[in-house]
Design a protein around this ligand. Structure first.
Ligand SMILES: [Zn+2]
Length: 159
C-alpha cells in the first residue's frame, strides 16, 4: 500500500482536542504486593494470589474529536487526514472540506500546477465556510466543550 502526498488549500476547521476521561484500564494487585507484571488476562496476582484490580485512572486526557461521528447533516462533509490529528500531544486536529465549493487539493499525481490565490475569493470562501459549518461549531461546543475555529491555509498531508 502506497502513501499519497497532497496539499489542501482552502478553508478548514481547527478542532481543539476534547477533555475526556482516560479510559485506559490498568491492572494491579489488589493486595498491593508490589508485583508489577500483571496482565489484563490475569484474575489473580501470580506473586501473592490476591485478586487483580482493573480500574481506570479517572484522569482527564485530551483526545481528538472524531470527524466520523458527526450529526447526519455534516456526515462526510469534512474529513481529517490522519497526519492532521497532529499526534498525541497536539492541541487540535484539522478538518478539511470534502464539500464542493470549499478548498482545492493538489496531488503529487496532478503534475505541476499553478492556481492563483485571490484575497477576495479566499475571504469569501472563509465567510461561506463559517456560515455553512456554524451549526457544527455550535454542536462541537455543546457536545464536546471545544471551540472550533475557521481558518484558511495550505495543509500538506499524507493519505
Ligand atoms: Zn500481589
Amino acid at each position: 500500500m502506497g502513501m499519497d502526498h497532497s496539499v489542501y488549500v482552502g478553508a478548514y476547521l481547527k478542532v481543539p482536542h476534547a477533555k475526556q476521561a482516560d479510559d485506559t484500564v490498568k491492572h494491579s494487585c489488589s493486595a498491593n504486593c508490589g508485583f508489577r507484571d500483571i496482565r489484563s488476562s490475569m484474575k489473580f496476582c501470580p506473586s501473592c494470589g490476591a485478586a487483580v484490580d482493573a480500574r481506570t485512572s479517572g484522569a482527564t486526557v485530551l483526545k481528538p474529536v472524531s470527524c466520523y461521528a458527526l450529526p447526519k447533516e455534516f456526515d462526510e462533509k469534512l474529513w481529517c487526514p490522519e497526519s492532521c490529528y497532529g499526534g498525541k500531544n497536539a492541541p487540535a486536529s484539522l478538518w478539511l472540506s470534502n464539500t464542493r465549493g470549499f478548498g482545492q487539493s493538489f496531488s503529487e499525481h496532478d503534475g505541476e500546477q499553478v492556481r492563483e490565490l485571490n484575497p477576495d475569493a479566499m475571504a469569501a470562501e472563509m465567510r461561506e465556510f463559517s456560515v455553512v459549518f456554524q451549526p457544527l461549531v455550535d454542536w462541537l461546543k455543546a457536545t464536546h466543550g471545544v471551540d472550533a475555529t475557521v481558518h484558511y491555509g495550505a495543509i500538506s498531508y499524507w493519505s
